[in-house]
Design a protein around this ligand. Sequence first.
Ligand SMILES: Nc1nc2c(c(=O)[nH]1)N[C@H]1C(S)=C(S)[C@@H](COP(=O)(O)OP(=O)(O)OC[C@H]3O[C@@H](n4cnc5c(=O)[nH]c(N)nc54)[C@H](O)[C@@H]3O)O[C@H]1N2
Ligand SMILES: Nc1nc2c(c(=O)[nH]1)N[C@H]1C(S)=C(S)[C@@H](COP(=O)(O)OP(=O)(O)OC[C@H]3O[C@@H](n4cnc5c(=O)[nH]c(N)nc54)[C@H](O)[C@@H]3O)O[C@H]1N2
Ligand code: SF4
Ligand SMILES: [Mo]
Length: 655
Amino acid sequence: MESTLIGCPRDCYDTCALRVYVSDNRITKIEAADNWYTGGILCPRAARDIERVYSPRRVLYPFIRVNNGVFRRIDWDQALEILVSKLREVLEIHGPEKALFLEYAGNRGIITRYASRRLWNFLGVTQTDGSICDHNGSMALRYTYGSTYGAFPRDIDESKMIIAWGFNPAVSAIHLWRRVLEVKEKGGFIVTIDVRSTETAKQSSDFIKVKPGTDGYLALGIAKYIVEKDYVDKEFISKYTYGFNELVKRLEKYDLNIIEEITGVPKTKIIDLADRMHSNKPFTILIGYGLQRRYGGGEIVRLISIIPALLGLHRAFFYSNTDGLPINLAEVDGSLAWNPRKIISMEKVGVELANGNYKFVYIHLHNPVATLPNAGKVVEGLRRNDVFVVVHETHWSDTAKLADLVLPAPTFYEKFDVVFSYTHNIVYLNKPAIDPLGESIGEYQLMCELTKRMVPSKYSDLCLEPIHLLKVALGNKNLDELLRKGFIELKPKPKSIYQTPSGKIEFHCSLSKWCRELNLPMREGIGGNSELVLVTSAHPLYIHTQFEDVYGSIKGELHVNPDDARNLDLSTGDLVEVYNDKGKVVMRAIIDPGLSKGVAWAPRQALTYSGERINILLNDDVDKYGGAVLNSTLIKIRKIHSPQEYLREENTIFK
Ligand SMILES: Nc1nc2c(c(=O)[nH]1)N[C@H]1C(S)=C(S)[C@@H](COP(=O)(O)OP(=O)(O)OC[C@H]3O[C@@H](n4cnc5c(=O)[nH]c(N)nc54)[C@H](O)[C@@H]3O)O[C@H]1N2
Ligand SMILES: Nc1nc2c(c(=O)[nH]1)N[C@H]1C(S)=C(S)[C@@H](COP(=O)(O)OP(=O)(O)OC[C@H]3O[C@@H](n4cnc5c(=O)[nH]c(N)nc54)[C@H](O)[C@@H]3O)O[C@H]1N2
Ligand code: SF4
Ligand SMILES: [Mo]
């Protein structure tokens, strides 16, 4: 049977190669390709992707909202006419700042995501800083190392010890985790550091449970012990680092007994971990994104990342490797040529929309109604009568349902693209396996249609042939190989080069004044005022809000520690009100001994029994490093004694 190789462009660490079988222009089977990274292993999303592609929830035609909640099918000419006239009107009467372009990583293809930004950059509309996911940690690594890249998968294979720190790869990066388990089989030592006993923790050699937001102190404790024991590689320090003396001075302020008290990690465990790092070189620290989505998150990543350097290892961490590959995206997305005029924080989109700051909003590759913090404000803002909302979607997402104009998009099986990874160095060429379903049109093609209608022809370089943009992104040689073979392995940048102002690893910033002090990470108020810290993280079946059409809704289950449950008189299965200053939702309690006292956990974007996403409660503040603090959300819980009204609605909510 004929098959096509497709790189999965979802926002996922693994960027797998999928073998897609097609008969009569219909996908009949999807297998995981057996290359060195994907290794023939299919994840739960790809395993049921055929159902998602042919789901009844696909958007197949353009639709316009006629009155509250009711959509009418229209044709593309009408849709484009409406879109162009609304956008023109806002640009001319109110100016580009009053138009907001919202996108994220529903599809990370170079053409789909990056090239389709060109028009919006050219028009100068307001955009976000894209800071929801990994921003705090990425900024921290840029300040410290000059860029975010660290160990690539083949470096991880060579490690004698691996530390998964605030990272749950057994769920969020199953193919990367498979390699870690291979290191373990060869005798390597695997440690997980988390606020709860995760799937990753359970499969590790050791688990260190830490109080939320205190990992920076744990890193300082390890660093202090390494310095005191004289484990430091002095030659490496003098050749490759800047600010070691300032760091030592800072460490003098701490004592392992205090660190034990702050972090909840016994002193003996801190010492054992530091000793093991010293005697198990090379090791790799896998730094997760979950741990930095909190107050102090940037500083936490910064402090963790310098531990390997003290022991003489170049970039012996993994965080995000995009910066380490020779791909030129800034020229593809037009951000070099045409700067957006106004950038807002992604965390503040809800408040900005609800305040009526925009007259026109264009959304694609993103489901902000469900995925942004303070999500009640996003809903309120998009429902305003004075804003026109356009959503270009593959599926009827929460956000599409609130739009004025909904446009159909093809899935990645239905369009040409090139996909790279933030973990490994393989790049895939995606030729469409099937024709676009219904009347769906790709993001870049749609951008070109808009360009033709809106922009004078002297700017014809806005809409260039995709192949030309790929040449810009990858260079002629790499692109030729990619076109010939269908995939290519790029050469990662050298690990011993540091792109900081000093050219060295900066323990102490040489340039930015504000980070000279290396301020301490903030501590969460754990258990104070009967509040709990709410942590939400990735679920094995879904990718954010996608795959609810296949696996059912992400159920609103709230995990609580047995001690907290006792105090609140809760048993597993009880319905509870979960609330804070942003709102109130109803969830089902699950008593979970894997959690620390004072910490509650729910899957990301859980759909609650009251019909809202848990994201209406999430903290929309911004960390000092500019990113999200979703996991610094405080909640209160109250048992519901008469749950009948919610149970009656259960079938309508979780349909
Ligand atoms: N199956 C699946 N895979 C995915 C995704 C998905 O939705 N589903 N999403 C993808 C995306 S976009 C992302 S960003 C990644 C996210 O995947 P990860 O990087 O693994 O991040 P999270 O799942 O947010 O959280 C990881 C862990 O951080 C822990 N944590 C939270 N706060 C703290 C803390 O203060 N200290 C410590 N030590 N640990 C803490 C949480 O308990 C959690 O177990 O996964 C990607 N992969
Ligand atoms: N509670 C909680 N919320 C979180 C997080 C958390 O840890 N906890 N993590 C945050 C993080 S790390 C992230 S990365 C964000 C993710 O936030 P989003 O990027 O908003 O996540 P998705 O729900 O995957 O939304 C992507 C949308 O793109 C659509 N889509 C997929 N492919 C295509 C395509 O080819 N074309 C078009 N036009 N549309 C497509 C999908 O149908 C989907 O509706 O969520 C954030 N929200
Ligand atoms: S969602 Fe992630 S694990 Fe699944 S196929 Fe895509 S890249 Fe691979
Ligand atoms: Mo993310």
